[in-house]
Design a protein around this ligand. Sequence first.
Ligand code: PLP
Length: 465
Amino acid sequence: MMRDASSDSVRNDAATGMDSDTPSAARRDDRRHVLHSWSAHGALAPVVVAGADGAYFRDEDGRRWLDFSSQLVNVNVGHQHPKLIAAIKAQAEALCTIAPYHANAATSEAARLIAEVAPGDLDRVFFTNGGAEAVENAIRMARLHTGRHKVLTAYRSYHGATAGAIAATGEPRRWPSEPGPPGFVKFWGPYPYRSAFHAGSAAEESERALAHLADTVMVEGPHSIAAILLEPVVGANGILVPPDGYLQGVRALCDAHGIVMIADEVMTGFGRCGEWFAVDRWKVVPDLITFAKGVNSGYVPLGGVVMNGAISDGFAERAYPGGLTYSGHPLACAAAVACIGICRDEGLVERARRLGDEVIAPALQAMQARHPSVGEVRGLGAFWAIELVRDRATREPLVPFNASGSDDAPMVEFAAACKRQGLWPFVVSNRMHIAPPLTIDEPALRDGLSIVDEALHVADRYCAG
Ligand SMILES: Cc1ncc(COP(=O)(O)O)c(C=O)c1O
């Protein structure tokens, strides 16, 4: 299980020692011809996936994996949902593709449904192929709307791998792409467990993080700031749930200075947090929301920006200076229509909240009580993190920041222990993230949590005392 030392991406290779002696054509061609995301191709041994169903996928050797990561936190309705497959097939029969200057039924309906579930007056959608392009376009819109250029983003954030989105990103995956485009300024967001503000409570963390953000705005010059772009619940960098009041404070700061508030809900949107959008939990209405992943559970690539009237009005007479050959792609949009329908019909948003409150939270709290390596558990809906430490008193992380090689061994061993029991984990830095499909049945969820509980003994061995 090796990975590019410069990346902090999910450990996504097999490391089970189960590779068969004679490689299949899929494995052989992959090894010879594919360069995978965030990986050194000479070091990767990917699982060759042959099929999937619900909360499980299976490899070409017939091994079944319980997907506790929804792949990259996108397969919200589970694998191979029959209604989603049927919708894609029907759309393929009717109209596979069409240029974005035409209208078509799938794109129109997807936009209407997204506007219906989006908060406040956000009711017009620009479609992209994924999350990074959504972020690029949201930044462009904010700059055009305000006539300003700076964008404030948080340390410990991920916004995508294209030029602007990676410059906006506040973690090590940005480093190899530096120097980036100008105009991106970083601030610290709230993280009560490792407060940058020496806060003693969630309320203090919120207050001090807001004061720090207000100071950053002041010294950067509010007249030059187009947008504050943030993940309402930080995803890949730790499932950091903001203390109550923080997002409301960011909204107020943006209002006070005419700054566009962009909520990057690429990972958190469409039910993951037990709300349609994470901002709903705090009743905050941003000016722009970026989305992707859960909008159609990743069955066909899709992302976008949903915007309020003040911003979309700016493009009523003047042309929006951005576009994509596949903006509003009918197959992807038909999948979004079906996916939003499934979420509604199966009550998946409420289900995520209930699974979080009634199954995941109590199980993780019990693990914290049992295992000295568990420093903190946190999350909401079907979106949780277990943060592992060497020492609970000092909170020293189980592995150092951006660890690689032997420094990373404890986490590699922990991930391997999960995999040996057939659980596909989302392990990043010194954390395991728990983000199963929202459709996972309760026995499977409980089984998976038991596997994690057992695997934590591996992490405990590295603890002080
Ligand atoms: C919050 C957030 N924004 C943007 C992105 C980038 O999305 P994509 O990989 O679809 O470009 C991600 C991907 O994980 C994300 O989590």
